[in-house]
Design a protein around this ligand. Sequence first.
Ligand SMILES: [Mn+2]
Length: 316
Amino acid sequence: MARFGFFTDAHLTENRPVHRIDDYINTIPEKIEMIYDFAAQNEFDFMTFGGDLCDRFQIFSYPLINRVIKAINLTTYSCVGEHDLCAHAPETFGGSALSFICTYCPDFKILWKPVHLENGISIYAKHEWETMESAEKTEVDKSRFNVLLCHELLYDKKMPFKTTFTKDLDLPFDLVCSGDLHCGFSPHKVRNTWYCNPGSLARKTTADEKRMPKMLMIDAVKGKEPGIREIIIPRSRPGSEVFSVGISETVKKLVSGMDVSGVVNSINETMKLGNNEHSDIFMLFDEHSRQVKINENVLAYYHEVCEKIKKTKVSK
Ligand SMILES: [Mn+2]
């Protein structure tokens, strides 16, 4: 039997998301340290990662990068997410912060080709720019326990936007460990394949407030169902302690005379996926208002909301 861990979407950054009120920049490397401490205490054979180690193509904090390089002290296999690259382009990898980390962290390995471990586990990757169709066509040795790491918006619910419904898939792997969808989903089996995503390590938006950061502890051997346990990252704090008041609560309290619950719910749903270039609602709105002429009353209302939130933040 092999025991390994899976975590995903760390989004290392030197910038604090607008609604985080804690020392956010240090929480991500601290969580990575906690993950590898847990792995050492529980005799993990190796670690896997689902992509988006970095929040952007380049990050400029060497103390942050150094801390992460030191923390990753167990062989870790990874696929690449779009946030690790410039404009989703794999040829930009060489200039990325992720590539720098790989150079100086010998334990962090991008799966440019599959690995076949001595313990009977084979690990494949579907990087962000590759397709699920190509993963479906992978030829695997059925006598091994085959794992796919993928950065793809897989979900066990059918959604009206670009998620892939796991029930529509028929993959040759025993287990698919997926990143990208920040809200994650519960481990489940479709045909002969188990699917899991513990959710992003980073909680960037207020849509993540009700969710604790998790990793998976996986026991696998060919011929048996894998044991998949969700572990809350030690020392993580509940969302209510690390986020300021979110837009939905603030909007609900405003006396606007309008029923805005539908708008708020759809914003929250979209933000839960966490895959927008800007997952901050204010940045999204600012971007939108530069492209489209917004009604003056709406703009005035928007500024009123911004002011309220600022005041709440100060008084908290
Ligand atoms: Mn991500």
